[in-house]
Design a protein around this ligand. Structure first.
Ligand SMILES: C[S@@+](CC[C@H](N)C(=O)[O-])C[C@H]1O[C@@H](n2cnc3c(N)ncnc32)[C@H](O)[C@@H]1O
Length: 219
């Protein structure tokens, strides 16, 4: 089996994206587990995770690594969170924000076996409330599909360190179904420019449609 580390704690195993399973023997969303030389890897499905899709589509600035602290907005049932948890490892921490009680119940189960994750049942608009319990983070991740997604990001950016990175999956259809997605992305990024430098814009087709994945750096 051919294993190579393409970013800090992100691997290709026989050409497929993978992370080292922090909880050996345990799957999160039916992903495949493979063992090589005493290490268990979890294959990372780009059709289920926009971060995996962005990496496979050539994202260069992968600043999430061992020991990173992450504020994750829109944690859902923990699919991508689980891989980020593998990546940041025992020295890192992920604050997982999710407002759907149904998704949160599943997320909570995933977080129970991963000591570096903190599930928080909250609207990501209430950043001032959960922010009181947190130190400024290295990384902000947003995948919330909401009409006011840009404003939610800008609020939470107060909890991101200066020089910290943000990874954002922008869903044009959540903002408007009638307008041209290109116009929507342009307007969205325009709102961010006072606070963020825009490093990368990645089209994640064919893994996910109607999304633009962007990498930002806080000024
Ligand atoms: C597309 S899913 C996220 C998928 C997840 N990032 C992954 O890759 O595993 C979007 C999630 O954001 C949540 N969400 C949407 N608006 C939110 C808000 N304002 N605050 C917290 N969660 C929100 C939804 O309930 C849903 O679970």
């Amino acid at each position: 089996m051919a294993v190579s580390e393409i970013f800090n704690s992100v691997f290709k195993v026989d050409g497929k994206l993978a992370t080292v399973n922090m909880v050996p023997g345990k799957k999160v969303y039916g992903e495949q587990l493979v063992r090589e030389k005493g290490t268990e890897y979890r294959l990372w499905d780009p059709y289920r995770s926009k971060l995996a899709a962005a990496i496979l589509k050539g994202m260069k600035s992968m600043e999430i690594g061992g020991g990173s602290t992450v504020l994750y907005l829109g944690a859902a049932t923990g699919t991508t969170v689980s891989h980020v948890s593998d990546i940041v490892g025992k020295e890192g921490i992920i604050y997982c924000i999710e407002f759907s009680e149904r998704n949160f119940r599943e997320l909570y189960m995933v977080c129970e076996s991963r000591s570096n994750t903190i599930p928080i049942l909250s609207d990501a608009r209430d950043y001032q409330a959960y922010g009181k319990e947190m130190e400024a983070v290295d990384i902000l991740y947003e995948d919330v599909s909401a009409r006011d997604q840009a404003e939610i990001l800008l609020g939470n950016a107060e909890l991101l360190k200066k020089g910290g990175y943000a990874y954002v999956a922008i869903k044009s259809q959540s903002i408007s179904t009638s307008r041209d997605p290109k116009e929507i992305y342009k307007e969205f990024l325009g709102k961010l420019e006072p606070v963020f430098e825009i490093l990368e814009k990645i089209d994640i087709m064919p893994y996910d449609k109607a999304h633009l994945f962007v990498v930002l750096k806080k000024k």
